[in-house]
Design a protein around this ligand. Sequence first.
Ligand code: NIG
Ligand code: FE
Length: 410
Amino acid sequence: MHTLIGPFSQIIPLDNLAFKGPLTDENLRTIDKGGVLVKDGKIAATGPFEELYKSRPAGTEVQEIEEQSVLLPGFIDSHTHICFAGSRARDYSLRVAGKSYQEILKQGGGIHDTVGKTREASEEDLVQNIIRRVHRHIKEGVTTIEVKSGYGLNVEEELKMLRAIRKAGEQVSAELIPTCLAAHVKPKDFAEASDYLTYILEELLPKVKAEKLTERVDIFVEPEAFPVDASRPYLQKAKEMGFALTLHADQFTSGGSLLATEIGALSADHLESSTEQDVKALAHSNTVATVLPGASLGLGMQYSPARRLLDAGACLAIATDWNPGSAPMGDLLLQASLLGAAEKLSMTEVLAGLTFRAAAALALTNRGTLIKGALADMQSFPTHDFREILYFQGKLKARKVWKSGKLLQA
Ligand code: NIG
Ligand code: FE
């Protein structure tokens, strides 16, 4: 059965755009008075609504859009930590008063605080926490969401988190992509980081594989978490086990992104402290450079060098990093709008970073554009001019959201 949806004032299909490097708004194709034909959850055609209406297959259901609206692909948030319990408002109050994120972590707070709360929570508590946050994201047009573990830090608790992510994924309309971040920090009961990494490799990852809980592994590369030299063999072994890799890289000190490109990671995320050499290495690799403006806002630190990354030729994705510590806000559009204004990104570069370039960070090739055959993951905004979406810096929200062609929010 076909469904024809429209007419939209504008459709922004985000097709025919390069995966890497700068993009200008002249590159951006818009379809005025457009329609989209959906079949079996996928895009069958986009084009002028009148033409699609005249040539529609027999039995096509027509979903008429009466208001002014601009249609875009659903956003993809390729980096979140929305499986957690508790709040870190106390950390935030310490940080705004001058204490650093690393100092709080070293003194046993920070991530360790959330580990305590998350261990106390039941699997079902975590499922409900994830679902609540996913519902907020869906309302804001996010239809694919990566979710990391990393607040369990032992076999049993990391498995609890990954199982909760899977269960939540079965109960929401957005697609959740799980990642094992057991290597978030060294838990307090291990003396050496490398011993903990060996324990994850030997005791946890085989179970993660056997239960098919995720195909992705992440690590926080930073002197206070896992130094480059301890991270390299861990990532090599995880790769040999068949896991795709992503890294928390260059957040406070440079080092992680070079390791990410050397090891062939799918993405290197954060990059607030990347050097010129790091930028070049990312640009010359297939590793997606994922920037997390929500973490810069939450920590009151500089944005990652998004402009320089694009100019050097990198594939730039933008994600929220939604987590209780460094990035509690979780508003992808607001954060991307502010990053775009500060870093002088074209609107096309920002929209690409929220859609098909973010899909590349998750190795997903079937979404992030409105081309024929892509999943009909879509959102419409109440405006006739797509530029207003970023112009209003996150205050203009999606009005309707579709996942695989199904309308989620009227
Ligand atoms: O991406 N930097 C490491 N991990 C998270 C923060 C996690 C936390 O503080 O709870 C991040 O910023
Ligand atoms: Fe993160």
